[in-house]
Design a protein around this ligand. Structure first.
Ligand code: ATP
Ligand code: MG
Length: 555
């Protein structure tokens, strides 16, 4: 039965009752994406819910592509979606396409016509809208509503055979134009789409079923027991039930709605994501700043962090928008325990130790994790020429809180010696290009005698260190709800222009080139970084900073 680790939610309660009352012997769910874009982080909520329930109840979960709108769909998207689900760690029971059922779906449409429960309507889109009425006013019957069954059957077949133009006729269910639920006012169930090549069925169809007609039937044909969907489908449930009650089909799955997972500081509309790609704001669907699952993967997020995030958010019927900080907190928590510690200098400034022999290399040893000895140690080469971060040096100490290096001052190099800055070397324009320093050879692993050195900075050997490109990513938007601010003309005006800073001169500890099982590291004092396996050369992406720098900004 239910896994004790999984939080109880109202859907699991319904399932428990259905199993207890023997309404169902086992549970079958499905995840039904439309292959018209990449999956986003919100989809992970539905994936974790559907596959999680199937796993916990020893049931099944199908992956079904809801592919009834060929103009926006493609095999590229089908493959990307499969890859993302697998990466999240889930296995589907059966792989289906709604288009697998086109023949059967058409058969059910014919059945409705034969029962005088569907008719061919010749109103155009505008007229159909006008006849539909409003929330306050009932609709009017279409003048084509009383066509005979024979005429409807003949017209439907002609529609299927491509004898009519796009938009000239539709097939509608015959329900009730005065229903308070607009979805029940004779909804369109088939439309003509000529000249399109469907990624699965090619050119065999020019008549396509609507989502609301396809979905319940696909669920029933697959023996889905609980059809879980987001709240906007609540108003579609009466049609879902009407349809299954009026065709000859054995199963009648139960549709259950839950609230969408929305994340602040981002957008998930596929149309807008496409606009970001086409406008060159990001490099593609898997740009590490995109809210897609592919983007999260490339950024360095782990599957477990995404799943844990949605688990904490919970499954309810209340619409809410979750702070980006909560997602970042989950990955930070995970990385705090699992990421190996390393030093990397992103914006290098050369340091020469005049007191250190030119040809000497010392191999220092440091723990991989300050709190977990089982994670072992690594070796760090120490040489006369080093790199430190530019931000760790100032010519003049600005205030007493500044603990880093200043002219004439001392600082400890992490895992190594205390050094003192004796001289600053500048180029003709006055830019600092090098620091001439001396080291205290009695300070390796020991405090210096007779004085306190408070500051600790990180460093990498300039001669024995490795080179890398480090992409410092930040949030793509600087507004919690991009586009909602009336003072801003376009949602794209909320794009954070500093969402990517490329550090292509970075120095890294050479052990960062070693192959490890989990290529996620804490670069000390900098953040958590992921070695991107899909990029040529040595490329690290910042997953998240060490602390939430946005919290302060928003106070
Ligand atoms: P979008 O409107 O953002 O493009 P969609 O709902 O059209 O997304 P689908 O491919 O139709 O995308 O979604 C597949 C499944 O994922 C559906 O069952 C849908 O309800 C669910 N889903 C989509 N977005 C979310 C979300 N933010 N939270 C939870 N479930 C979601
Ligand atoms: Mg959809």
């Amino acid at each position: 039965m239910d896994d004790n680790n999984a939080p109880k939610n109202f859907i699991r309660q319904i399932i428990d009752e259905d199993l207890a009352s023997a309404k169902h012997q086992s549970v079958v769910t499905r995840f039904p994406p439309e292959p018209n874009g990449y999956l986003h982080i919100g989809h992970a909520k539905s994936i974790a819910l559907n596959f999680g329930i199937a796993n916990d109840y020893q049931g099944k979960c199908n992956l079904r592509f809801d592919d009834t709108n060929p103009s926006k769909e493609s095999v590229e998207f089908v493959n990307a979606i499969k890859r993302d689900i697998e990466w999240l760690g889930f296995e589907w029971d059966e792989l289906r396409f709604a288009s697998d059922y086109f023949d059967q779906l058409y058969g059910f449409a014919v059945e409705l016509v034969e029962k005088d429960l569907a008719y061919v309507c010749d109103l155009n889109a505008e007229e159909t809208r006008a006849y539909r009425g409003t929330l306050k006013e009932p609709g009017k019957n279409s003048p084509y509503r009383e066509r005979s069954v024979e005429e409807n059957l003949a017209l439907l077949e002609q529609m299927r055979n491509g004898e009519f133009k796009d938009g000239s006729r539709v097939l509608r269910a015959k329900i009730d134009m005065a229903s308070p639920n607009i979805n029940m006012r004779d909804p369109i169930i088939y439309r003509i789409r000529k000249g399109l090549v469907h990624h699965q069925t090619g050119d065999s169809w020019c008549l396509y079923p609507m989502y609301d007609f396809t979905h319940p039937i696909s669920d029933a044909l697959e023996g889905i027991t609980h059809s879980l969907c987001t709240l906007e489908f609540e108003d579609h449930r009466p049609f879902y039930d009407w349809l299954l009650d009026n065709i000859t089909i054995d199963a009648h799955p139960q549709q259950i709605e839950f609230s969408r997972g929305n994340l602040q500081y981002t957008i998930t509309s596929k149309r807008k994501l496409l606009e970001l790609i086409e406008g060159g704001y990001v490099s593609g669907w898997d740009d590490p700043r995109m809210p897609t699952i592919a983007g999260a993967r490339k950024r360095g997020y782990t599957p477990s962090s995404l799943i844990e995030f949605w688990k904490r958010a919970g499954i309810t019927k209340v619409d809410n928008s979750i702070e980006m900080a909560s997602l970042e907190a989950v990955i930070r928590e995970e990385m705090e325990h699992t990421a190996l510690r390393r030093m990397a200098v992103l914006d290098p400034l050369k340091v020469t130790l005049t007191t250190y022999p030119e040809d000497k290399t010392e191999i220092l040893t440091a723990a991989n994790h300050p709190k977990d000895e089982s994670l072992g140690t690594r070796e760090i080469p120490f040489t006369r020429e080093l790199m430190i971060d530019r931000a760790d040096f100032l010519e003049v100490k600005p205030n007493k809180h500044f603990k880093r290096l200043v002219t004439g001052g001392e600082v400890r190099l992490r895992n190594s010696y205390v050094i003192k800055c004796d001289e600053v070397v500048k180029d003709a324009d006055g830019n600092i290009i090098e620091l001439m320093c001396s080291h205290d050879e009695n300070t390796l692993g020991k405090n210096p005698e007779g004085r306190k050195v408070k500051g600790v900075i990180h460093w990498v050997s300039a001669t024995a260190g490795a080179r890398a490109v480090v992409n410092v990513y930040d949030r793509l938007f600087n507004h919690p709800a991009p586009g909602s601010d009336k003072n801003v003309a376009d949602w794209k005006d909320h794009i954070n222009t500093e969402s990517l800073i490329v550090r292509d001169q970075a120095y890294i500890e050479p052990s960062l080139l070693d192959a490890v099982e989990n290529p996620r590291y804490q670069f000390e004092r900098e953040g958590y970084f992921y070695r991107d396996p899909d990029e040529e050369g040595v490329v690290f992406n910042r997953i998240v900073s060490l602390r939430d720098s946005w919290a302060k900004l928003n106070q």
